[in-house]
Design a protein around this ligand. Sequence first.
Ligand SMILES: *[C@@H]1O[C@H](CO)[C@@H](O)[C@H](O)[C@H]1NC(C)=O
Ligand SMILES: *[C@@H]1O[C@H](CO)[C@@H](O)[C@H](O)[C@H]1NC(C)=O
Ligand SMILES: *[C@@H]1O[C@H](CO)[C@@H](O)[C@H](O)[C@H]1NC(C)=O
Ligand SMILES: *[C@@H]1O[C@H](CO)[C@@H](O)[C@H](O)[C@H]1NC(C)=O
Ligand SMILES: *[C@@H]1O[C@H](CO)[C@@H](O)[C@H](O)[C@H]1NC(C)=O
Ligand SMILES: *[C@@H]1O[C@H](CO)[C@@H](O)[C@H](O)[C@H]1NC(C)=O
Length: 463
Amino acid sequence: MEFTKYLLYAIVFTMLTASSSATGTVGINYGRIANNLPSPPQVVQLLTAQGITKVKLYDADAAVLSALSNSNISVTVALPNDLLSSAAAAQSFTDTWIQSNILPYHPHTLFDAIAVGNEVFSDPQNTTQYLIAAMNNVHSSLLKYDVASTIKVTSPLALSALQTSYPSSSGSFKPDLIEPVIKPMLDFLNRTGSYLMVNAYPFFAYIANSDTISLDYALLRNNSGNLDPNNGIVYKSLFEAQIDAVFAAMSATGHGGVPIVVSETGWPSIGDSNENGANTENAAAYNGNLVRRVLTGGGTPLRPDLPLNVYLFALFNENQKPGPTSERNYGLFYPNEEKVYDIPLTPAALNSTAEINNGSKSQVAAPPPASGQTWCVANDKAGEVKLQQALDYACGEGGADCRPIQPDATCYDPDTLVAHASYAFNSYYQKNERGSGSCYFGGAAYVVTQPPQFGSCKYPTGY
Ligand SMILES: *[C@@H]1O[C@H](CO)[C@@H](O)[C@H](O)[C@H]1NC(C)=O
Ligand SMILES: *[C@@H]1O[C@H](CO)[C@@H](O)[C@H](O)[C@H]1NC(C)=O
Ligand SMILES: *[C@@H]1O[C@H](CO)[C@@H](O)[C@H](O)[C@H]1NC(C)=O
Ligand SMILES: *[C@@H]1O[C@H](CO)[C@@H](O)[C@H](O)[C@H]1NC(C)=O
Ligand SMILES: *[C@@H]1O[C@H](CO)[C@@H](O)[C@H](O)[C@H]1NC(C)=O
Ligand SMILES: *[C@@H]1O[C@H](CO)[C@@H](O)[C@H](O)[C@H]1NC(C)=O
């Protein structure tokens, strides 16, 4: 009897602790401001192949929602800012919107949430005044059609909604937003069991303050951390400090219990000359370390029991986005579906990354690569012709050191095109100091954060 009771406690305790350190989820934003992207069914295949189970859209595109049908990928759709005033004006509008954009696809397409507007407080069209009424009407429509229990209503906020974000514990919202919109929105999210969405970009804080913010801190690499003097917490990453600033701001309005989902975060692989730190190496480090942080479990210091759920920005480089060069280069994939850089996106991929690291599985929860080193390797899906052309270029005009891949030299074995091209691409990449675009070769190459493994060949990290 006692033993059974003990066992029961043990099981319940295990379940509780397991859920309290629950691992977060990694989704991805599928933005489509481009004229060269694959078709939606091809994109769904790509997502499935990568093990991605959550995707977020900026609209409710019919072709995309059809393609997601029966995919087991759940989706957050958006009611865009330019519909907010109509959505606020009458529930008949949101009824029709739900009828056309949700009901035809539900339940074969899995809907997680409707994002009502995007970064509304910084919308130049001043749509803030419509937000609360629009969220209420969307929710009323979901109730009317009996789908409100599975589909949440939320709205992604930009960090510019904060008046103070440093140190995190003094996080506060802009005073003029609090009474008219922040409090009613958080009340709504609490009442409906929903969550706040937050777009968080350590990249922007870093480029604006690279004299004071260390790159390791911004990229979630090993670093000495930053002390929050009010509560003694030492933040190991700017990302966590940013999210906790929002939690602190929510607590200050009495809404500390509302969860956060990070609706966008990312790092560009190319930028303009004034966009310090935008390069492939940093993008791979930021996104790779972030995924590792999310999948190894636990929340931020202020909410250690809440899993960190994030949507990376973004799936593709989007060639028609306006603004600085970085805006068009946040993608994990090129439009031809080749990787801009290779990072694990799933627990299984994270495990095998650790395996490549070490050969034993004992390092599953290992910290991110402390060195921050990156290498360049050939993409085996690029095809023989493209790889051979790129190899010829790298060893010729490109000036790569290709002596080690000559017959009888140290890196001739394994004698495969992918291994030889990888050696040459990496040499070129390192000689060019891992600069933007130096590991591209028309999509035949990508950056990795673990040393390449080809026979006993050692890949240099500098010349
Ligand atoms: C669907 O995805 C969920 C996680 O998002 C997973 O637990 C479940 O096993 C998947 N089902 C199928 C049939 O793949
Ligand atoms: C935006 O709308 C709010 C609420 O109607 C108003 O108080 C504010 O002055 C407007 N701001 C701008 C820049 O038009
Ligand atoms: C709303 O907030 C109250 C007070 O913090 C809390 O007790 C309640 O559980 C919350 N409701 C939901 C659905 O989270
Ligand atoms: C991590 O960084 C700390 C402080 O900078 C340093 O003391 C420590 O040796 C580093 N650990 C690793 C594994 O590099
Ligand atoms: C990762 O590896 C650990 C330890 O070997 C194992 O328990 C776990 O099931 C693996 N997870 C996945 C998703 O493969
Ligand atoms: C792998 O890591 C484990 C634990 O840190 C260590 O004991 C082992 O020697 C490592 N193996 C190799 C091949 O480096």
